[in-house]
Design a binder for this molecule. Structure first.
Ligand code: SF4
Length: 328
């Protein structure tokens, strides 16, 4: 690991100033991804600003409109166990519990979970070309082993997928990410715009500016309907999604009134297609409607060889959750 200096921030403004005022400085909270990347020198910050002791960032609080505000330092295990989350946002609790391991969930934070980096094998192997790690060097996954890679939204520069389960549920819930920019200005980023597609700049995972700080994530009141999270992976625990879906389906008498569907494992960001949801509105919960939704969801989908199976797998996962939701 490359040597770095360290300080502990006592307030959000102090943390933002500390990172803004020093080149090569980074925030650290749980460190569950950052420290791994530092050990292999994929990440080489010169200075770490520890935000773990900043008061007030570890709270889950109701909002005046009936939603929920989740501080950036709320640990994944605490969020999954929160009574309001379990009762009103079960899709989020289930997604959190499907992620990582119990030990990692005890350390990992809400803000850090949104910022975790892809698990593309080549990103973690400095001997291989990777445009995300070293812009302009190429992409070893294109033409390489790409079983876990994207089938939608990819580019000629990068075919990686975003690894978070939590973010997929938050995408279905239309979460808002509250940030503090260098200089102190606050802004709110809809989660739909928070993660980027790779395009020709795969090194940029999110819409955050350098030094911008995630303060909280706000969930609007939950929409009506059954909430489900289904994750297909290579082993039953401690594995990233090959395909996952966060589904919120409002159905009555076997007919679908409305649906929200966000997918993990398919793209560089949680994948949600409005036309797929529209294809289900007013339809009976039957295979023909499920197929129409899948057609819209997977328009333009293309495997890279080893991951071709993801396209038919996604169709089956979608049909499975819709069938379960309309039976409930
Ligand atoms: Fe790097 Fe993206 Fe290619 Fe993986 S898919 S090797 S992260 S550029």
């Amino acid at each position: 690991m490359k040597a770095f200096s360290y300080e502990r921030a006592s307030s959000t403004d102090a943390a933002v100033s500390a990172v803004a005022g020093r080149a090569g400085a980074r925030f650290i909270a749980g460190g569950t991804n950052l420290l791994d990347l530092m050990k292999i020198q994929v990440e080489t910050p010169e200075h770490l600003v520890d935000i773990n002791r900043i008061p007030g960032l570890d709270r889950v609080e109701p909002t005046p409109d009936g939603g929920l505000r989740i501080g950036t330092l709320v640990r994944n295990s605490d969020l999954a166990a929160d009574a309001t989350v379990r009762q009103r946002y079960p899709v989020l609790a289930r997604a959190l519990l499907a992620g990582a391991s119990a030990q990692l969930r005890n350390k990992a934070t809400t803000g850090g979970n949104l910022l975790q980096r892809t698990r593309c094998y080549y990103f973690y192997d400095p001997s291989k070309p990777c445009n995300k790690r070293q812009p302009g060097s190429g992409c070893a996954a294109i033409g390489g082993f790409n079983r876990i890679h994207a089938v939608v939204g990819a580019s000629d520069h990068c075919i990686a997928v975003h690894p978070s389960d939590m973010a997929v549920a938050m995408r279905a819930l239309d979460a808002l990410v509250e940030t503090v920019q260098p200089g102190g200005a606050r802004r709110v980023i809809p989660i739909a715009d928070f993660h980027r597609l790779p395009g020709d700049a795969p090194q940029q995972d999110t819409a955050l500016q350098p030094g911008e700080f995630i303060a909280a994530v706000t969930l609007p009141p939950p929409p009506p309907g059954v909430q489900l999270y289904r994750k297909v992976r290579d082993r039953a625990s401690y594995a990233f999604a090959l395909v996952s879906v966060a589904a919120i389906v409002d159905a009555q008498g076997g007919s679908i009134r409305g649906a929200r569907l966000a997918f993990g494992g398919l793209a560089h960001k949680p994948w949600r297609v409005p036309d797929a949801e529209s294809a289900l509105a007013g339809q009976p919960g039957q295979q023909r409607a499920f197929d129409a939704a899948a057609d819209a969801l997977l328009q333009g989908a293309r495997g890279q060889g080893h991951n071709d199976f993801k396209v038919p797998l996604t169709r089956r996962v979608l049909a499975g959750v819709l069938s379960e939701a309309t039976r409930a």
